[in-house]
Design a protein. Sequence first.
Length: 391
Amino acid sequence: MDFSFQPELLAEYGLTLSSEQHELNRGTTVVVGMSGGVDSSVVALLTKLQGYKVIGLFMKNWDETNPDGSCPADHDYQDVIKVCEKLDIPYYSVNFVKEYWDGVFEEFLSDYRNGFTPNPDALCNREIKFKVFFKKARLLGADFLATGHYCQLEGAHLAKAVDRNKDQTYFLYAVQKEVFKNVLFPIGHLPKPKVRELAVKFDLATKAKKDSTGICFIGERNFKDFLSQYVKGQKGNFVDLKGKILGSHDGVCFYTLGQRKGMGIGGPGEAWFVVGKNFDKNEVILAQGDDHPALYADGLTAVELNWLSEAPVGTFNCKAKVRYRQEEQPCSVTVEEGRVRVVFDEPQRAMTPRQSIVFYKDQLCLGGGIISEVAPNYFELGLGLPKIAAV
């Protein structure tokens, strides 16, 4: 396989590179965080094609075997080996199982035990990928750490990916901004089909591998069964907004605001949705209808803030989103000591304490924080729900 300087091929995939720059890149070491997936494999390929001295680095963060005795992490590492050998680059494996447990999973479990629904992916990026893993890459001599995240850098400022459907800036808001000076996101300018195309063109072992889903480093699984191994749920009641008992649940911790499935509550009328949780009474509160006013509020308070640009003061307007797949929504943000108060132009659905709110100005990610309190919902305020343009 030819990995020599190929300016026409690089240009086809959005990279303009002179022969002089290609030669200069030989003096720059890039450690690629390799997961065994197609995205990080193509990151290794693109950095190799640009002339960098590339090292593949795999990290094991979760130690668990399948019923057949196999280990998913070992399978992933075998794919890393195949890709690195194909690219003729050195590779290493590091074990951060303890760091992941102490820095991410314990907080994740603590939030669930207290009745919240946390966002472990943002915490994993901050504590593992761009802290301990970043430090390990630097110890290996890395000038840059490159990852397969779908995002871009404008200077050292985090910006959205070209492929909006894959953009991952929402999960990167908590990373310390100084780190981005030594980070590369080589596929942030490409749509996902082009990434797959490159993997096929160079016959990488991961070319047909499915994207990973589920909890960061733990993967996709029956979430309730998985959580039950670590968090003991206390049986209680589903109730409606008037306190009428509708059925029984297995524990407040297993349900999240806006949830529709998995409750076993049927009967006439529209579907039931989780609109609240009373942890003290061990009750999960339900209401009927996807657009029930109890699901909507127009404001929140956020704490544990991290700003990726200059920290704002006073009140400013921007856009924000409170879940990964949501379109950014216009809002007003007032900065106070240790927190911000956010008022949206239009009511938002199922805003959830301990999940993340992330702020944007055009293409740039400004930063974000953890939702600590949600304003009274429209049902509590005695309001009907106005027509919503885009929630």
